[in-house]
Design a protein around this ligand. Structure first.
Ligand code: Z5A
Length: 242
């Protein structure tokens, strides 16, 4: 069940477009797993996760690499990923923990590859070098219309203190449509690893769907009888980056 390169741990990634609900659902699944799975759960995110990778995140989301093109951006995302894997993800997996990561290598394929125009062969080679054997056991692709995700992200921004639109959110709708198709294509190419979840549904329904997928695909992780919704309380096992 556990993928090679993940030690004794379990590596689950969340992917999808902006505002699809990845952060929301990671919090909910983490709370549930902490209550039910009996193993430590680490939540983290990309770009970022480790202190050095978080510094690269700031530069990327501020758009500092954009003028250099998608290959330079892919290299910077990769540099952040190397540190994140070495400093946080691999040690946690070796300790036997469940790692829930908000975005991972599929985001590079979708954003810098399919939507950004970078050659898939170049990206594939880069991913092989950067990720090596540490592949996710399960990737949940949260899918919804880009208009809906962007509206959610906008509403969250309007309601909060952070009014900044980041480098990727500012792209045209056609870019976000290409992204959606790219994530769906990844799921179609790798059905054993990926599961598409309808993220347009209310958050409780999305949570129930995710629990069902986790129970079915990773039966050793989540007891099958505990599908239902959690109370969304945040976990406290680690200083969560996501
Ligand atoms: N990027 C890249 O280009 N290449 C790479 O290799 C990697 C990343 C790793 C990271 O931004 C950016 O980096 C990202 C891709 C690029 N592009 N952008 N922008 P980020 O981490 O800041 O943002 P994000 O990953 O796109 O996440 P997000 O915008 O924060 O969205 P989310 O986590 O999917 O959604 P959320 O925060 O859970 O929910 C958004 C709002 O909707 C919030 O108010 C929720 O309460 C609400 N919500 C959530 N679910 C629902 C449902 N089901 N119904 C109604 N409302 C909901």
């Amino acid at each position: 069940m556990t993928a090679p390169g993940t030690g004794g741990g379990t590596f689950i990634t969340f992917e999808g477009g902006e505002g699809a609900g990845k952060s929301t659902q990671i919090r909910r699944l983490a709370a549930h797993l902490r209550a039910e799975a009996g193993r430590p759960v680490l939540t983290t995110r990309e770009p970022g996760g480790s202190p050095r990778a978080e510094r690269i995140r700031e530069a990327l989301l501020a758009g500092l690499a954009k003028p250099y093109g998608p290959f330079a951006e892919a290299l910077l995302f990769s540099a952040a990923r190397i540190d994140h894997l070495d400093a946080l993800i691999r040690p946690a997996l070796v300790r036997g923990e469940i790692v829930l990561c908000d975005r991972f290598a599929d985001s590079t394929r979708a954003y810098q590859g399919a939507a950004g125009g970078l050659d898939p062969e170049v990206l594939g080679a880069l991913e092989g070098v950067v990720v090596g054997p540490t592949r996710p056991d399960l990737t949940l692709i949260l899918d919804c219309e880009p208009e809906l995700g962007l509206a959610r992200a906008r509403a969250r921004r309007d309601a909060g203190s952070d009014g900044a639109v980041d480098r990727f959110e500012a792209e045209a709708l056609a870019f976000h449509a290409r992204l959606r198709n790219a994530f769906l294509a990844i799921a179609a190419e790798e059905p054993a690893r990926c599961a598409v979840v309808n993220a347009a549904l209310p958050a409780d329904a999305v949570e129930a769907a995710i629990r069902a997928v986790v129970a079915e695909r990773l039966p050793g992780v989540l007891p099958a009888q505990t599908h239902g919704r959690s109370d969304d309380r945040p976990g406290t096992e680690h200083g969560d980056a996501a």
